[in-house]
Ligand binder design. Sequence first.
Ligand SMILES: C[S@@+](CC[C@H](N)C(=O)[O-])C[C@H]1O[C@@H](n2cnc3c(N)ncnc32)[C@H](O)[C@@H]1O
Ligand code: SF4
Length: 451
Amino acid sequence: MKSLDPLRRHGLFDARVPRYTSYPPANHFQNDFGQRHQTDWLRAVPQDKDVSVYVHIPFCKRLCWFCACRTQGTKTLRPVEAYVAVLLKEIETVRRTLPPGIRMARLHLGGGTPTILPCGTMAALLNALFAAFERSADFEFSVEIDPTEASDELLHLLIDAGMNRASVGVQDFAPPVQKAIGRRQSLSQTRHVIDLMRGQGVASLNLDLLYGLPHQTFQSFEQTLRHVARMRPDRLAIYGYAHVPWMSKRQIMIKTADLPDNETRFALAQQAREAFVAEGYDSIGIDHFALPSDSLSRAATAGRLRRNFQGYTDDQGEVLIGLGASAISRFPGGYIQNATATSAYQDRVTSGGLAAHKGYGMTAQDLLIARIIEDLMCRFVYDEPSLRDRFPEQAALIHQTGISLMTRFADVFYISGTGLTMRAETRPLVRIIASHVDTFASEATAHSAAV
Ligand SMILES: C[S@@+](CC[C@H](N)C(=O)[O-])C[C@H]1O[C@@H](n2cnc3c(N)ncnc32)[C@H](O)[C@@H]1O
Ligand code: SF4
């Protein structure tokens, strides 16, 4: 981009807006909603629907200072074993509540560190999942891998059990950055797990990187990008570091003064984008890259890219079943989140119930806004004709929202065959635009109710 002024004018360097991995974002979920709806929504899953399953393992042997994920440190495996025993019980309760014959199309183990599980415990967890859910013909199984906490034996076990995708945490290879974020991870450890998985035929490997970390410089980041490009992952997620010490207490170890300012963060993100596009990667949404041969890139080209709690995905499933503490499930009617604290989660399950706590029931308007925001985040379009086809009863709001976007963001959109499309150089503004749609729709409804 020749000038950053248009981005600056629209607040790119000042605004605080959600990442919109769901709509509404999880901080809008209501207390105790989940308990009232989880059983009904599980029972109502149509028998012919394939579901996706997410299992959360909220434990790590080391707690990296930068990390905002829902996890806790442990020195021994005792709490991990106890947790998995409860997970097995939850899997059984969910299986009994669902109609029979539901098939699992996708399984994702996330955390925390799923690879903290000893082999026997991991085998027990997978056996329980595979006994509860028949696997669909095109079953995909992915796992988040911390290279410093993944034994060869465990990786072989996962691969033998069908793991065909893996997401490997890297963040940054520069020693001063690693020191400042409390995460030591060598190049050789990382290469070892990648070579092992690739050698055993794991079809799609993703690496996670972060920009905006303390002491990250253009020179040091260039080295990291070069190392990563040499590893030739199929996918990359390059997230902006979210410094939220009021939510994630361990981040107080990171000095605010050591963080790059917002304009430098933006330039680091651009540096990564340019490097990976030059290496032949397709840019996917706001923060992912994929080789053209990868299914994420093919989904993006075909207009089938979706957004979920893991970022971008080609998963088209309507039902996601979240298992474990804090895991979120998605149903056609809304979201359910399990109790967040491990102890509260365990109490609910061991007392014979499901683990839901928070949740959210989608109104017709929420479904429309969720669709608009997903279209923006995945395709950078406001696709008015298809929105009208899909939500005919909300044609007035769709029209008003289009006018509001064109008025407020006249220099961002151009009129295209599918409605409004964002100019390529304005794409970094997409979360701000999504937030505008979010606010505009609630205000428009409030106003029409008042007259
Ligand atoms: C749940 S973590 C699991 C990674 C795995 N335990 C590991 O260490 O490799 C998944 C990813 O979330 C991202 N992440 C964690 N904290 C973040 C933060 N504060 N801001 C942005 N992304 C973050 C990191 O890129 C990380 O790889
Ligand atoms: S980055 Fe991974 S290993 Fe580090 S604290 Fe977060 S989940 Fe645990």
